[in-house]
Ligand binder design. Structure first.
Ligand SMILES: [Zn+2]
Length: 123
């Protein structure tokens, strides 16, 4: 299990939680997340489900530790607060951060982040 694979899944899982929470979903069952990721993201379509499950276990453990999520039941969790999608003004990387976390780019650590997508003026 490499760091790169863990960091990558961390991004996809945060993205998944962000989108689901915006649809009003409150609770997430850990054991169904791997198949949800496979269904949702092309990146994982041809990957081994067992391997994704192992990555999900690691990333969920990290997210609990970082207070992004909190345990609800043995196999389920909920978000601790609202997730925000922010774009770095230096490297343009999009980070999805929880209220409990420091506002800093997950790639380059810059603290200058803008809301993503930028709010545009509607015509
Ligand atoms: Zn950056």
């Amino acid at each position: 299990m490499t760091d790169v694979r863990i960091r990558e899944l961390d991004w996809y899982l945060r993205d998944h939680l962000f989108r689901q929470a915006n649809k009003g979903r409150q609770e997430f069952e850990q054991r169904v997340l791997p198949s949800e990721l496979v269904k949702t993201y092309l990146r994982y379509r041809n990957d081994d489900l067992d391997q994704i499950s192992q990555l999900v276990d690691i990333v969920v453990g990290n997210l609990l530790h970082q207070l992004v999520i909190k345990k609800k039941d043995v196999d389920s969790f909920e978000l601790s607060g609202t997730l925000k999608r922010l774009q770095c003004s230096k490297c343009y990387y999009v980070s999805i951060l929880a209220e409990a976390e420091e506002i800093a780019c997950l790639r380059c650590n810059s603290r200058t982040l803008d809301e993503f997508p930028k709010k545009s003026i509607k015509h």
